[in-house]
Design a protein around this ligand. Structure first.
Ligand SMILES: Nc1ncnc2c1ncn2[C@@H]1O[C@H](COP(=O)(O)OP(=O)(O)OP(=O)(O)O)[C@@H](O)[C@H]1O
Length: 420
């Protein structure tokens, strides 16, 4: 038996991988995120074949980021291709670019959010993405250039939860060339993105670098196996960190209290993982804080004091480090009462479209005379969810003023996988 079996990269194997992923979704509707490129269109065809005759609904979705002149026409073309396949298709428009910050990162976050909201509305539990082995290899090289560690180099996961939806990448073991050959074989069309040849893009340069590594015997398949090995190391580290967190991290409603002195006895990488997981949980963050920020917090250990990282406040007192949400990070966050707020709070009570959830803040705390009896820190309460009618406070369940409302965390810290 080979220890490193070479994945079979034929179209038939890709078909089997897509069918398996879809079977794992249960009986519900499935969607394919289609950019229009060869990878996601091959995925759409494979998903269509997997579902043919099952009666299970398949949908397709495209996000038009509006960042290139051709994007609307491309989305319309995807829509026509889907129509020809009998797959209902939706185009979701993004117009949230502020002109500031990292455009690619913002576009990606918005894409996931738009597609998740759409999927939830449609009752779709699983969305398939067309990432391939080439994407994996290019990402690996790009991350090497950013001094990535075990997490960054372990490759994309085949399945993950984000924004309330399960995302699945059934094609991670398959080459772009295999998928394009499959499309050609079945006479199917796809859109060639002109930026694929634009060397201003890091991914395009990574693709060229990968070709240059061929004389060393390094290709996408080899890098994929290296990534699998790093993934296994990451899983082992995560398991150790989760066990450590169970012993040394206590959840108090929305806050976490870390036994800082207890943690200090453990290897730096485990301490770092516990701290990152804690920060990401309190902030409901999809991405970890900068590595240097975390390392500086860890090296600062022992001294009483306060820090702010990733929209969380860390307050150390003696052996305990309390992490709670920072008011400034949520001061402008307002949402309907029947939706999760700040990624982790659900409020139960007499829902009403005229009401909304927003942070309690100083303006609300003033109307909570009993807040001291709750035992919560004042600064933590400021960032806690409250029910408002316009600017009038209706209820503050965590600050002793429930008025028929209660607040609960949707996924407790220790139930959440310790991986980022
Ligand atoms: N505009 C889009 N609309 C719908 N789906 C998309 C869009 N862009 C990308 N996708 C989905 O994501 C997959 C990966 O695309 P791509 O590699 O361009 O994105 P990425 O930003 O690198 O993704 P990630 O951040 O998830 O690694 C595509 O195969 C497709 O399934």
């Amino acid at each position: 038996m080979s220890l490193n079996p070479k994945p079979d990269d034929s179209a038939a194997a890709a078909q089997a991988a897509v069918s398996t992923s879809i079977d794992q979704a249960g009986d519900g509707a499935v969607a394919v995120a289609v950019s229009g490129g060869g990878d996601s269109l091959a995925l759409l065809h494979l998903a269509c074949r997997a579902l043919a005759g099952t009666g299970r609904p398949l949908r397709a979705v495209t996000v038009d980021h509006g960042l290139r002149a051709e994007s609307a026409a491309e989305a319309a073309r995807v829509s026509r291709l889907c129509q020809a396949l009998g797959v209902p298709h939706a185009t979701l428009a993004w117009d949230g670019w502020t002109g500031r910050g990292n455009l690619q990162a913002q576009a990606r976050a918005a894409r996931y959010q738009l597609m998740a909201d759409w999927a939830l509305e449609q009752g779709i539990g699983m969305v398939l993405l067309g990432h391939t082995r080439d994407d994996q290899a290019e990402t690996f090289l790009m991350r090497l250039g950013r001094t990535a560690g075990v997490d960054g180099l372990s490759g994309m996961v085949a399945r993950f939860q984000r924004n309330g939806v399960t995302w699945c990448r059934p094609l991670l073991e398959f080459d772009r060339a295999t998928l394009r050959a499959f499309l050609r074989d079945i006479g199917a069309d796809w859109i060639e993105d002109p930026s694929n040849d634009d060397r201003r893009f890091e991914r395009v340069r990574a693709r060229a670098s990968l070709e240059a590594l061929a004389p060393l015997g390094i290709d996408a398949a080899i890098l994929s196996r290296v990534m699998q090995q790093i993934s296994q190391a990451r899983e082992a580290l995560d398991a150790c960190a989760a066990a450590l967190a169970r012993d040394l991290v206590r959840q108090e409603q929305g806050d976490l209290v870390l036994d800082w002195a207890g943690l200090a006895a453990h290897p730096l990488e485990l301490r770092r993982r516990v701290l990152v997981a804690a920060l990401m949980w309190v902030a409901s963050a999809a991405y970890p804080p900068r590595r240097e920020d975390v390392l500086s917090l860890l090296s600062d250990g022992g001294a009483d004091g306060q820090h702010t990282v990733l929209g969380c406040v860390l307050r150390q007192k003696g052996h305990a480090l309390r992490i709670f949400r920072e008011f400034n990070a949520v001061r402008d966050l307002r949402g309907p009462t029947d939706r999760v707020w700040d990624g982790r709070w659900r409020l139960d009570g007499p829902h009403d479209p005229a009401l909304s959830i927003a942070a309690l803040g100083e303006a609300g705390l003033r109307f909570c005379p009993d807040w001291r009896e709750t035992g919560h820190l004042r600064a933590a309460l400021l960032a806690s969810p409250a029910i408002w009618r316009g600017d009038t406070l209706v209820a503050a369940p965590l600050a002793g003023s429930g008025q028929g409302w209660s607040a609960r965390i949707v996924a407790d810290f220790h139930d959440r996988a310790l991986s980022h």
